[in-house]
Design a protein around this ligand. Sequence first.
Ligand SMILES: Cc1ncc(COP(=O)(O)O)c(C=O)c1O
Length: 412
Amino acid sequence: MVTANDETVRPATVRPADDDPDGRPPLVDDDRPPLVDDDRPPPVYLDAASAAPLHPAARQALQAALDDGWADPDKLYGVSRRSRQLLEAACAVIAEAIGCRTEEVTFTPGGADANRRGLLGLLRGRRRFGDALVHSSIEHSSVLHTAAAHVAAGGRAVSVPVDRLGRLDLGAFRDAVTAGGVAAAAVMSANHEVGTLQPLDEVAALCAEAGVPLLVDAAQSVGRVPVPAGWSVLTASARKWGGPAGVGVLAVRAGVRYDAPDPVPPVPVPLAVAAAAALRAAVAAAAAEAGRRVPRVDRIRTTVAATVPDVEVVGDPVHRLPNLVTFSCLYVDGEALLHALDRRGFAVSSGSSCTSSTLDPSHVLVAMGVLSHGNVRVSLHRETKQADVDRFLAELPGIVAALRAQAGVTDL
Ligand SMILES: Cc1ncc(COP(=O)(O)O)c(C=O)c1O
């Protein structure tokens, strides 16, 4: 995990809570100073693919539902029925957005949890038909970890390759799902590191032909681009569309052979309501937002390629998410680049998985066969301004050049 450097973080000051008899500080202090010094440019957050800023509609719904939906929705008294009504209304909003029935939707404690749960449910429900899980090689780690655990428990997993743009090899996928003994397939709608959209209509048709249920991890698409209908199980994550963290979606179509691995821990009703409010707002604005973001991402793609020597912009230039762009810089350490950008006020992510001291090469970039060093993922959200993008593009070449110079790489 990348943390802000010590020099950029001021210690939080705490003030006594106004109404605490012992003068203890409030847990959340509105007067806390900003993380970045005032003489620095305002921070620019460009990591919506991890979590988008909370949508105002979510904040408003959350506040209302904290007052109205605090009771346990599973009890038999009046306030509980009110919570249940709110929860069902939230499920109905999600169902409408993803194209299914309200009763097919369950909230989970996050997108990763929904993936694990959804896959295990399919594998268990279909164990009489086979033990193989077919998945793309660039699925989210939560899918890959579930596949690895399935193999460790004696099952089989088949990883299907992608091309240099990150698009699934449909021929190899057809061979894998028709091989016999396949319990389930998992193909994401759009990749979280490079933004490439998968040919889901074709994938779903191949699964239908083979009689194999398809789990679609739609975490990066829901609220941004429509998701094709041919899924059996769909998963999503509210914090990607401007809902609160800790809310995932698991939708299982009626009639799918599905054996739930364990009971889903309840998601607090106010969080579910806030997630639904944010999704409704995101879907209503999706076309207009895409109209704003696509040209900005195009500009990042072309400007980075033109202004930074030895750079590779990765991912499908056409079939892609409207808000995400990834590039890799040769001769640059990825972690150093993220820190340098952070010091200049840019919060971006790396496709490479981030641990405390190292950036492992990303399994996605490795599977695509593209450059994985010095990798940066920029993902825009509804609050991203043109000026933010302009400043990022203006500062990036100098930051990369300075890091290369420190490493002794010049004359590029
Ligand atoms: C494609 C994809 N699937 C699943 C997840 C996991 O979602 P969550 O962070 O809600 O657990 C993510 C999060 O980055 C993602 O990008």
